[in-house]
Write a protein that binds this ligand. Structure first.
Ligand code: F3S
Length: 754
């Protein structure tokens, strides 16, 4: 479990020289984000200044983290790379495959039975290749990483979009697809477009009901789900220093919801306290020794408008508790306006469930603040109107919260304590009655609230808020309940006003844990066998994808023209499909089933151009594949937003889709398409989206001269015999064009290895 202090000291020993080299080439004071980026260049000291939002740069991340759903495909790919051991410290965390239903012990046992094949596979691959393995029940990846591995000034990648959570401990931590993780574990550089920088200056101090969650809910309201795209969000100011380390983690965590590459905070005393409390005094001492490098140069925060591409200022003293939603995490409503907004928009105000947990808000501090509300309810004779569920973030948090009576407080309010895992946050929730698809409202402390995400019911209106507000609103059972001014009636008929939450940043008696659930890898893994049953429906060894045929792509059938939001959940749904994450052919049966067909406004219902009939997207695509016909997917803005899962790119690749043409991409998904050898294109003129017709056959011209910054031409052949040309742009650089030609990046790694 040990954090790698030697690696951390090595990183820190390079800081002085590398920061100075960067300062010289950039020729101005550096932000924290720039310091971390420039000290992690693959080629060592900086020799040129990179252009933000333009330059592709090779980096050398310090760590890799993977969760069980994405690790399967990442490690199946790593096995194909032919390396004996991972090149950088890496960990696997079993947190996604545990369904919440009856309570922690029962649910964990059921998951271990149902997914034993996958857990055994991950355990044995980890053991073989030198990867730390966190067993089911050990906790949610990002909480466990924050508690054990994150360190100020470090760079990490993880196969989960909320890897960014580690920014709470001053890292540049970035969510990637499994193919990127595979590269880094194989000892290759990791490429990223040098991000733009958004500064968020926090003044004032949180008080009363306002929580760190309200900071990011506010930022999401300002920037929207696309506003952070291609940028690192750097928080600073006296307000930043007043926040706890896990509170900073919450804020960074939901940076994924604004599309940000990552978010981070400068090293400060809250981080030092957290490092020492989590048994990492050595890391704190090492960080203290290079403290001046673990934050921006003083001139930057003094005149931020000169150093950031965009600047936002938020006064924490004025921040109001709020709820974002429904169906999108950027729809910001302060609690004082919620009743009115809900009425205006027809949002059901009766709250059925309050859920506390997820990697966003499952720290000890989160539980203690929510418990302070629950305790008042019990003591003041209130009965909770909604049901209550709690997922602690890690076994260490759970054990400590149990010791300190926090879990008992929730149980006194009839809460169900679920496993230390993602659970409802990723649709792993067997919610009684969800199949009736009734219109209803839930509140949770998670980060995402897309339709169907928590319980599969498209009519569940989910609102994201802080854990303490989840507690208050669940107790009241009323979405419009404003604990700052409203009262509740207790069982004696008295009017009760809840006091603002109180809590402990860190447990007074220190953290404790009996068995954290960690398995260290074998010293020599060469003899460890990794078995994959060829008849398994959960795991399937990968076959290399075919290389590009060397010609333009002609006669592609339009598979679907997706309308509106098309997230990775729409492209490769989670929930029940999670169990096929290690079996490419089986999981491909969920390809694009959540996307709305522009032509009939239905999901999973597209026209099969070979038969003229309407049918499910995967089956239609399999028909094209059987006939050796390629196809194209068309999409709207920010296509592929959401998670880093490369299945959303591998499934279309596996089933024979050749290109995805959209108005704009979410960054991770675009890279994932490139890694898998797909063509990811954007309309040169966004209005050309309207020219795509249901029966179109499309040619992609210009691939024999495929080059960076050179648009491709698409010829649309319409059913009425007419055709027209449109231009499509791309962001492929030379290396990425190489991936396309080879049929995927992995084909190149394997060729180089042999
Ligand atoms: Fe898990 Fe939800 Fe976080 S799925 S990793 S708790 S966003």
């Amino acid at each position: 479990m040990a954090f790698d202090i030697d690696m951390i000291k090595k990183v820190y020993s390079q800081y002085d020289e590398r920061v100075n080299a960067a300062r010289q080439v950039v020729n101005k004071p550096l932000t924290l984000s720039e310091k971390i980026l420039y000290t992690h260049l693959w080629d060592g000291n900086a020799t040129e200044a990179y252009e933000r939002g333009k330059s592709y740069v090779d980096f050398a991340p310090d760590r890799v983290a993977m969760q069980d759903a994405t690790a399967q495909m990442a490690l199946l790919q790593f096995m194909q790379a032919g390396r004996p051991k991972v090149a950088v410290p890496s960990t696997v965390h079993c947190d996604h495959l545990i369904q919440a239903r009856d309570g922690a012990a029962e649910d964990l046992n059921r998951a271990k039975n149902e997914s034993s094949e996958v857990f055994n596979f991950l355990s044995s691959v980890s053991n073989k290749y030198g990867i730390g393995f966190w067993k089911p029940g050990a906790g949610i990846i990002h909480q466990v990483v924050l508690e054990n591995y994150a360190f100020p000034g470090g760079m990490m990648i993880g196969t989960d979009s909320h890897t960014v959570n580690a920014g709470g401990l001053g890292m540049v931590a970035i969510g990637v697809g499994g193919a990127d993780a595979c590269d880094v574990m194989a000892g290759l550089p990791w490429e990223l477009k040098f991000p733009k920088l958004i500064g968020v200056k926090l003044t004032g101090k949180l008080s009363g009901w306002a929580a760190p969650k309200d900071v990011i809910l506010k930022v999401a309201g300002i920037l929207t789900v696309k506003g952070g795209t291609g940028a690192i969000v750097e928080y600073f100011g006296e307000g930043a220093e007043s926040l706890s380390c896990t509170g900073k983690g919450t804020i960074c965590n939901m940076g994924a919801e604004i599309g940000a590459t990552t978010s981070t905070f400068g090293y400060d005393s809250s981080m030092e306290r957290y490092l020492r409390a989590t048994d990492r005094a050595e890391v704190a001492d090492a960080a203290n020794a290079i403290k001046e490098h673990l934050t921006a140069d003083p001139e930057v925060y003094a005149n931020p408008e000169q150093y950031f591409d965009q600047l936002i200022e938020i006064n924490l003293s004025e921040l109001e508790p709020s709820l974002n939603g429904p169906f999108t995490p950027d729809l910001y409503t302060p609690i004082s306006r919620m009743r009115e907004e809900a009425g205006k928009n027809g949002w059901p105000t009766k709250v059925e469930w309050g859920l506390i947990g997820s990697c966003t808000n499952s720290s000890y501090e989160d539980l203690s603040r929510a418990a302070s509300i629950a305790r008042q309810a019990v003591e003041k004779g209130l009965v909770t109107k909604a049901e209550f569920g709690i997922n602690p973030g890690s076994e260490q948090v759970r054990f400590t919260a149990d010791r300190d009576g926090l879990l008992k407080t929730f149980e006194d309010l009839n809460a169900t304590i679920f496993t230390n895992a993602c659970g409802p946050c990723i649709g792993m929730w067997d919610r009684a009655g969800a199949e009736k698809q009734e219109k209803n409202t839930i509140v949770h402390s998670f980060n995402r609230n897309f339709a169907k995400r928590a319980d599969g019911n498209p009519n569940t209106f989910a609102f994201v808020t802080s854990p303490e507000m989840v507690a208050a609103i669940a107790i009241s059972g009323d979405l419009g309940f404003n604990p700052l001014v409203d009262t509740l009636t207790n069982k004696d008929g008295e009017q009760i006003k809840l006091d603002p939450p109180t809590g402990d940043e860190l447990p007074e008696k220190g953290f404790a844990v009996d068995d954290p659930g960690y398995q260290a890898p074998a010293e020599d893994g060469s003899k460890v066998e990794v078995d994959v049953d060829p008849n398994s429906d959960r795991l399937q060894l990968l076959e290399p994808f075919a290389a590009w045929e060397g010609t333009d792509l002609k006669g592609l059938k339009l598979l679907i023209k997706a309308k509106g939001k098309c997230t990775t959940d729409h492209i490769s749904m989670a929930g029940p499909w999670l169990k096929y994450r290690g079996h490419l052919d089986n999981i491909s049966n969920n390809m694009l089933i959540g996307a709305v067909n522009y032509f009939n406004e239905k999901t999973d219902n597209v026209k099969n151009q070979l038969t003229g009939e309407y049918g499910p997207v995967p089956a239609t695509q399999r028909d094209y594949k059987a006939e050796g016909i390629g196809s194209i997917v068309v999409g709207d803005e920010n296509y592929g937003e959401g998670s880093s899962r490369e299945h959303a790119a591998m499934e279309p690749r596996h089933l024979g889709v050749r290109a995805v043409l959209v108005k704009s991409f979410a960054r991770i998904h675009e890279t994932n398409l490139k890694k898998q050898g797909m063509l990811g294109l954007t309309f040169d003129n966004k209005d050309d989206y309207d020219k795509i017709q249901e029966d179109d056959t499309i040619d992609i011209i210009g691939l024999t001269e495929f080059a960076p910054n050179k648009p491709l031409t698409l010829v649309l052949h319409h059913a009425d015999g007419t055709s027209e040309e449109i231009l499509a742009n791309h962001t492929y650089n030379e290396q990425q064009i190489g991936w396309f030609k080879a049929g995927g990046a992995l084909n190149i790694i394997r060729a180089n290895q042999s």
